[in-house]
Design a protein around this ligand. Sequence first.
Ligand code: UDP
Ligand code: MG
Length: 411
Amino acid sequence: MLSIVVPVYNEEDNVRPLYEKIQAVCETIGDAYEILFVDDGSEDETFNVLSELCKQEPRLVIIRFEKNAGQTAAMAAGFEFARGERIVSMDGDLQNDPIDMPRLLEKLDEGYDLVCGWRKDRQDKFLTRRVPSIIANWIISKVTGVAIHDNGCSLKAYRASVIKQVPLYGEMHRFIPAMSTVVGARIAEIVVSHHPRRFGKSKYGLGRIWRVMLDIIAFKLIISVFTSSPKLRNPKNLWNRLSNALFNPKQRAFRAAAVLSLPFFVLGRILFSTANVAALSCLGLAISLLVLGGLTENRVQQANQTSSVSGKLAHFFSFGCKRRPIRFLGPIGVMSLMLGGLFFMLRMTSFLSEALGTIGHGLSPILIATGILIFCFGLFGELIAFANAKHVKDYAVETILNANNEGTCRE
Ligand code: UDP
Ligand code: MG
């Protein structure tokens, strides 16, 4: 069986023509098939159009989220519910062309686990879309070692048994090829067609450039940790090890925090050889961050159920920003680092040095060290989020619609 997964968010004018196109192509392939539209909490008529369609189309499955959870979550849900051995994903805005599906599947059958589409002749704005994409793809391929031209193209074919193993969270859909290497996927790429968007609006702006940069750093770390040793390769293994060593049970968290803070203390001593105060504050910060880390991760499971303060705190820190600690802590770290640098430069100018006084002098190394620590903590959080991704869902399914044999919709 073949499963087609399409995430849609406010695509009312696109879903019907897209469904018809996909169906026409699937008929030529000849396998049994199902088409899963994942409605990511659309606020327009998308769901109504789909449910109308569902009444006549037994092969259509609609998964509707309670609220918007993002394209990655929508794709993850599609992969989870898909029943086929082979899966194809594509955008719901008619920019990808279902006509490329047979070629993708042919390539998959040559013995690959993932075949990526490459929008060689991409039909998007040059300066704001294509140039950043070319740069990002070049960096991703250099950093992750997966030489794919177009990571952002949603048109891909997967071996279901492989993609179902890759934990997807945050905005990871742009990094599926790189993350698939964690489970040892064999990856290929073929050129696909691409059309300009005719109906509806793109859901992303220029803000993605900064987010993708943070992602690249985080995923590089995840990939190197998870592919480094066979023992670590199993996410569950890493998660168990980390949580046992550090956070579980409670007393151990304090012990581990104290041990782990030691290098920070030494770092503090080297950085501020004359200022013990700064070294101690560095230590204190390290301990509090680690305890906080223990607290948050320990309570993640409860956070989804209880309304306790620690549960809420855990949710906020660990999974508040779509389960991306680096998205939350990264900018704070970088800001602190930049501020420290600024103070450092101000110290150079003798006039301002006097004006800043002693406080100004001590501030710069503290800000720099704090920035680095916060950033590292964000990266550490990423590892935990990845290891734990299978246990916590990013989305809540409101309804699943699928016409039964009599042609009526059931929930
Ligand atoms: N999408 C989604 N949830 C979101 C944002 C986007 O399901 O929060 C879907 C969207 O409906 C489309 C696909 O993801 O089918 C790609 O989005 P878009 O076309 O806006 O991205 P672009 O092509 O501009 O990169
Ligand atoms: Mg698009």
